[in-house]
Write a protein that binds this ligand. Structure first.
Ligand code: ZN
Length: 379
């Protein structure tokens, strides 16, 4: 088969057809930033559109990834809402973030402060101060928009460029803390609705602006199953609706034509909650589920969520960080063999990984697609 562009490869795979080879994602921006500018140089992380766009272009052209995404971490929207509302930033900024060990990025220490510390929004009086973020004005949103535009110019549509769409629960968790947020949903629904309304309005405006500058997909991450457990996730439709409000997630693919890739930010198991995942699939044109849980688990999820695609799920710590390039290659072979046939699969890690992951391991992941991922798969 003739050489395809990354955009053609991903599109064909998403349609359930076999392209030239399995597409690869997962050269994360924080890791790539560390590679390009030095791993201790995070002071201006995602503050400069040109530097940020260069990271996105490098992941495609130099590292061999099949997509670029303007996704720095999970805070831009909550930060922007706080700036719009004249409130202090809810998250620890990168320059103050102590990387105590290689595991800490993966475990999301960045969210611990708003989640367990002193949340910005505690009462209705606090929530009344909230104003939706303007994507052209507040926080890092203008940097992200500019970087999508710059990367797109450079990549010329040969690689798909994506952005981010934050769901209401992630934004709410950042503003209120997770436990108080769930308590508000049960006991003070007016408070939750106020936060949700601002989150949805901000997310919609940002999605629209990203589409305008050339994003073709957006990553949305959900922490819900990880926070409450798969069984509770399944048993509480209210929570799911809040995490995946149809008024937002139905409209984004339908009205903006922006494909959504949902990242299940959890080490699983996700399978007990698969029926809940299916209800989310119904709300969107494209659904991707990445998790750590092994190739067999991902293959079963792929079957259950058809015709949606799956992405994943090399273990970010056990394999990407602590493994050798041979270990990475073994994990890739197993995933390609079990999840590759028939398309609807992109190879990558289950979640973002540490800045300490060796270059050779990321390279081994990308190279595995060329070496073992050519269709038809013969492993
Ligand atoms: Zn994650």
């Amino acid at each position: 088969m003739a050489k395809m562009t990354a955009s053609e490869r991903i599109m064909m795979s998403a349609m359930g057809k076999e392209p030239d080879r399995v597409p690869v994602f997962g050269i994360f921006n924080d890791w790539a930033w560390g590679q390009l500018y030095g791993r201790n140089h995070m002071l201006d992380y995602c503050q400069d559109a040109e530097k940020w766009a260069k990271v996105m272009v490098w992941t495609c052209k130099e590292m061999g990834g099949d997509s670029a995404v303007a996704l720095p971490d999970v805070h831009p929207l909550a930060e922007a809402i706080c700036e719009a509302s004249g409130l202090p930033s809810p998250s620890i900024s990168w320059k103050d973030f102590p990387r105590t060990d290689a595991h800490s990025l993966y475990e999301g220490d960045l969210v611990n402060d708003p989640a367990y510390g002193n949340p910005i929004i505690k009462t209705m009086k606090d929530a009344e101060k909230l104003k939706p973020a303007d994507p052209y004005k507040h926080g890092r949103l203008p940097v992200l928009l500019k970087s999508i535009e710059l990367a797109n110019k450079e990549l010329k549509g040969d690689w798909p460029v994506g952005g981010m769409v934050e769901n209401a629960l992630s934004v709410g968790g950042g503003l209120m803390g997770w436990t108080p947020m769930f308590m508000a949903m049960e006991k003070n629904i007016a408070l939750w609705k106020k936060v949700e309304d601002v989150a949805i309005k901000s997310s919609w405006a940002f999605a629209k602006a990203q589409k305008k500058v050339g994003a073709v997909f957006a990553v949305s991450h959900t922490e819900l199953p990880a926070r409450v457990g798969s069984e509770s996730f399944l048993a509480n439709p209210t929570w799911m609706q809040a995490d995946w409000p149809p008024e937002l997630y139905k409209r984004i693919p339908e009205e903006l034509g922006l494909g959504i890739a949902v990242h299940a930010c959890t080490t699983g198991p996700n399978e007990p909650g698969i029926d809940a995942w299916k209800t989310m699939v119904n709300h969107t044109a494209s659904f991707f589920c990445a998790e750590s849980g092994g190739a067999d688990s991902l293959a079963r999820i792929k079957e259950a969520l058809a015709p949606a695609s799956v992405m994943g799920n090399i273990h970010p710590v056990d394999i990407m960080l602590h493994g050798t390039p041979d270990d990475v290659e073994d994990a890739c072979i197993e995933l390609i063999k079990k999840c590759g046939p028939g398309g609807r699969f992109q190879l990558g890690p289950g979640c973002t990984y540490s800045l300490d992951v060796p270059y050779e391991n990321v390279k081994a992941m990308v190279d595995s697609c060329e070496k073992y991922g050519k269709y038809p798969i013969n492993l």
